[in-house]
Design a protein around this ligand. Structure first.
Ligand code: 13P
Length: 252
């Protein structure tokens, strides 16, 4: 059985006081939740205060990015070692905004995943096709390439610390969620590819999250699908009540 994981990606939002207000409200609202792993992803500046605020609770913290080296002359970057030190359990790697705006390649993403695993961080590895790619019927090729390149050289043992997040780019921040059928189809394809690379057992153990306009009113339908093991939430993770409702999804 795969434990559901509900993660919030706060993106470029929340000062330290705002982040603390949000996480404290959330902590109260999800205090009784069991059997769901809950993760929040503040900006770098709020990571340490947030990890302090959630200490002893059922919430874990993710960073939104990292550099693939632990120290050195890399002005402006933050390393896996530093994230671990700040109290993070997870790091989000390969988000489409980083692929598109910051031109991150599959190879760079692969190096980051390996560096993060080297510091014993867990990884939320994001993949997904653009609208153009979907319309050109390239979705499966894109997902296959992103998976193969991103996970190149990763062992079955490493895989236990990786969660894949399927985020169709056309559904991010657009209010246009993939239908349950579309998401399930992509998740089943991804699990099939993982099986090809890592074998049946590893593929079955792996959690695959859906991301893209997940809201309180669509989470239940998504979480009812057999290959959807959780969600990666942007906008709706910025309000404690909305995110708490998503955490308390009711799968039919
Ligand atoms: P939205 O939920 O705002 O569409 O963002 C999704 C996302 O990019 C999470 O990483």
């Amino acid at each position: 059985m795969r434990t559901p994981l509900i993660a919030g990606n706060w993106k470029l939002h929340k000062t330290v006081p705002e982040a603390l207000e949000l996480v404290k409200a959330l902590k109260n609202q999800v205090a009784e939740v069991k059997d769901v792993e809950i993760v929040v992803g503040p900006a770098f500046t709020a990571l340490y205060p947030v990890t302090e605020a959630i200490r002893g609770s059922n919430i874990a913290v993710a960073a939104q990015n990292c550099y693939p080296e632990n120290t050195g002359a890399y002005t402006g970057e933050v390393s896996p070692l530093m994230l671990k030190d700040a109290g993070c359990k997870y790091v989000i790697i390969g988000h489409s905004e980083r692929r598109q705006i910051f031109k991150e390649s599959d190879e760079f993403i692969n190096a980051k995943i390996k560096a993060a695993l080297g510091e014993d961080l867990h990884v939320i590895f994001c993949i997904g096709e653009t609208l153009e790619e979907r319309e050109a019927e390239k979705t499966w090729d894109i997902l296959k390439t992103q998976l193969q390149n991103g996970l190149d050289g990763i062992t079955r043992e490493d895989l236990k610390k990786i969660v894949v997040a399927y985020e169709p780019v056309w559904a991010i921040g657009t209010g246009k969620t993939a239908t349950g059928d579309q998401a399930q189809e992509a998740h089943a394809y991804i699990r099939g590819q993982l099986k090809e690379i890592f074998g049946q057992q590893s593929a079955e153990d792996m959690r695959i999250l859906y991301g893209g306009s997940v809201k309180p009113d669509n989470v239940d339908g998504l979480m009812s699908r057999s290959d959807i093991d959780g969600t990666l939430v942007g906008g709706a993770s910025l309000k404690a009540a909305d995110f708490a409702r998503i955490v308390k999804f009711q799968a039919g």
